[in-house]
Design a protein around this ligand. Structure first.
Ligand code: SIN
Ligand code: CO
Length: 374
């Protein structure tokens, strides 16, 4: 992809211009970003997904001023009749379950996969929406079907309605209002208040990008680094300093605290262990994801390898990450496997150039159903 060529998806801006001017800064409304867009699921398919307990969904409805939220799974009978207004069904991770939804995300791969959260699709009856709120996410709101009126305004120091089942903005001062038609798209940075109300029944796709907080990353890294420590006998053991006994036996010895500080530094000393923990965490599949093992698959190398749509594959200077696991790769193996991560497929000729060890690893991915051979 040429980052400097003008894209209809971004209203004629190039990726470079969009990233500079709008990404994480200000909204962008694009009329006919995706002319003739086809919803990757029908309404019936979306309802069927919501009924599945392996899919994350919720129903939001409003009666007068009162909001109600019901988490999925939602059998069809749990959904209000289509003719009743002011309700919306939201289905997360549609890209994990429906190939056409996964394919739709390809248009947004100018943002690193490590930032991608998922594709959510909502169906709303007339007047339906989730109220004025902010998200911690960058989001592209692509109108798939019908019309939705968006009101948008920066929400500084957002405060929320107490006791509501949704995080609704207590004060919302929209500065823009747009009626979106099928194919129109609205980009919103995090912390912009927004309220989308269906005008007649409508379907909207949200392509969301997560921005982890320092707390989340720290928790993930600490966990990852802890997992990578093996209980080797070689690690130095604490020794009491020379001296007398204690008259305050309850107190933690300061020397033991110093030892702990040194152990902490030692655990996080290797920058590779930190990178590895990060890559493993970022490539971890979502909670609802499982793969269908292929069992004893055909030997790798016969055809093109294609990543399963649920597979998250990333890399850094030293590692390849796939579905929460890391592999050290260098030279030609690294080149080929990085291409697999970027293009999500790898031609048979390239697969044959992999080392024996890399091919064995690929074979395991095939057997686990993480990749497929075409
Ligand atoms: C929706 O599709 O109804 C909600 C999307 C959002 O506001 O984030
Ligand atoms: Co939102």
């Amino acid at each position: 992809m040429d980052l400097r060529s003008s894209l209809q998806l971004l209203g004629g801006l190039s990726v470079a211009q969009f990233m500079r001017r709008h990404w994480q800064r200000r909204p962008l409304l694009v009329r006919q970003a995706w002319p003739g867009v086809r919803a990757p699921v029908t309404r019936q398919q979306l309802f069927a997904l919501a009924a599945d307990d392996g899919v994350e969904s919720r129903l939001v409805s409003r009666t007068g001023g009162a909001w109600a939220v019901r988490p999925g799974p939602l059998p069809r009978r749990a959904l209000p009749p289509l003719g009743r207004g002011a309700w919306t069904l939201l289905v997360q991770g549609v890209d994990l379950h429906v190939e056409a939804a996964h394919q739709l995300l390809r248009a947004f791969r100018f943002v690193p996969d490590a930032r991608l959260d998922d594709l959510m699709i909502s169906f709303a009856s007339d007047g339906g929406g989730v109220g004025a709120h902010v998200d911690a996410y960058d989001v592209f709101l692509l109108q798939l079907d019908g019309q939705r009126r968006w009101r948008v305004g920066r929400a500084k120091n957002a405060r929320f309605v107490e006791g509501a089942p949704l995080k609704l903005l207590r004060r919302f001062e929209p500065t823009h209002e747009w009626l979106l038609e099928p194919g129109d798209m609205l980009y919103l940075p995090p912390q912009w208040g927004h309220d989308g109300v269906a005008v007649g029944p409508c379907m909207t796709a949200s392509i969301g990008f997560r921005a982890p907080s320092t707390d989340e990353v720290a928790r993930a890294l600490l966990h990852g680094v802890a997992e990578s420590i093996d209980d080797g006998d070689a690690s130095p053991r604490y020794a009491d300093p020379r001296g007398a006994g204690t008259t305050s036996p309850g107190r933690v010895p300061p020397a033991l605290q110093d030892f702990a500080r040194a152990a902490w530094r030692r655990a996080a000393r290797s920058p590779r262990s930190l990178e590895r923990a990060l890559g493993e965490w970022l490539s971890e599949p979502k909670a609802h994801v499982w793969f269908e093992p292929a069992g004893v698959a055909a030997a790798a190398g016969a055809g093109t390898l294609v990543l399963d749509r649920r597979t998250r594959m990333l890399y850094d200077a030293h590692h390849i990450y796939i579905n929460g696991e890391s592999f050290v790769a260098a030279g030609r193996d690294a080149q080929c496997l990085r291409r697999l991560a970027d293009a999500r497929q790898l031609g048979g000729a390239e697969v044959r150039r992999l080392s024996r060890a890399a091919r064995d690893t690929v074979q395991q991915w095939l057997s686990s159903g993480w990749i497929h051979e075409r």
